[in-house]
Ligand binder design. Structure first.
Ligand code: CA
Length: 220
């Protein structure tokens, strides 16, 4: 899952990015509203954390511009307590949820997960059953029968991209876009490394290579 943080308080933005990266999300950070809008229009984000008071363009305007362009990416708005803007205004412009500063990091992560889950819910339940393998996208754990298969955050994120579209071919580029952030300038073959680790941990027949196209998770 790839997130965009648009927040001009740099220390806060970087602390959030660091925490969310450790949770297994790919996180991009910008500190300016206009740049946020450009970034959001140019890449397939799964969720945007959007501050209201921003240089360039305020968060409400960024949000309405995205909605006007038909972009329905989940948006979690960060508002200042006793500020001139209020929650109702945030929701009016098309934000999915809001959080008043100062907020607890734990609450932020819970809200992000809930929004991502709500978005995924119209496709699949948070627990995916894949031929004896139970992938819990909310708890981010994998079980085979009673046994837990321990995956790193990144390994889980790669598996999740394949599992959400089980039976379909998912390209390496799509996996990269959702699991790594834009600053990742390394070898796209990193995806192969993760897939081979997943095969080692989960069994070799689960993820098929579709030559020249990508990978397909076999959901039997
Ligand atoms: Ca601000």
């Amino acid at each position: 899952m790839r997130l965009l943080i648009v927040e001009d308080e740099k220390r806060l933005a970087l602390a959030l990015a660091k925490g969310l990266t450790a949770e297994g999300y790919a996180v991009d950070v910008v500190h300016d509203g206009l740049e946020g809008l450009h970034r959001a229009s140019g890449a397939p984000y799964d969720l945007i954390v959007l501050d209201v008071m921003l240089p360039g363009m305020n968060g409400y305007r960024v949000c309405s511009a995205l909605r006007a362009a038909g972009d329905d990416v989940p948006i979690l708005m960060l508002t200042a307590k006793d500020g001139e803007y209020d929650e109702a205004e945030g929701l009016d412009t098309g934000a999915d949820d809001y959080l008043t500063k100062p907020f607890s990091y734990v609450v932020l992560v819970a809200r992000i997960r809930a929004l991502l889950r709500r978005r995924g819910a119209d496709r699949r339940s948070p627990v995916l059953d894949l031929g004896g393998l139970r992938v819990d996208t909310a708890a981010r754990r994998v079980h085979r029968g009673e046994e837990e298969i321990v995956l790193t955050a990144k390994e889980f994120a790669v598996l999740e991209q394949l599992a959400l579209r089980a039976g379909e071919v998912v390209s390496k580029a799509e996996i990269l876009e959702h699991v790594w952030d834009f600053a990742y300038a390394g070898d796209p073959n990193i995806v192969e490394v993760y897939v081979s680790t997943l095969r080692r941990k989960l069994g070799t027949s689960l993820i098929r290579t579709v030559r020249g196209a990508g990978y397909r998770l076999e959901a039997r």
